[in-house]
Write a protein of this length. Structure first.
Length: 68
């Protein structure tokens, strides 16, 4: 899965976290969060969470799918 910030901004927001990040895709075991502008230096442009054995694993990415 690779995204750009512009693509993710085009999706409806499903949920917003306390830090301002926006959940854009929720497919049960995979969730994609658009990172709030103030958090980008720490969390990249977006985060992909994958549920493995009942626990969420989180990876941050820069525009175009480069792991952060």
């Amino acid at each position: 899965m690779e995204f750009t910030r512009a693509e993710l901004r085009g999706y409806d927001t499903i949920e917003q976290s306390h830090s301002g990040d926006e959940l854009k895709i929720d497919e049960g075991n995979v969730r994609v969060w658009l990172t709030e502008a103030g958090n980008r230096a720490y969390d990249g442009d977006y985060q992909i969470e994958t549920k493995i054995a009942g626990k969420w694993d989180n990876k941050a990415y820069l525009n175009g799918g480069i792991e952060f």
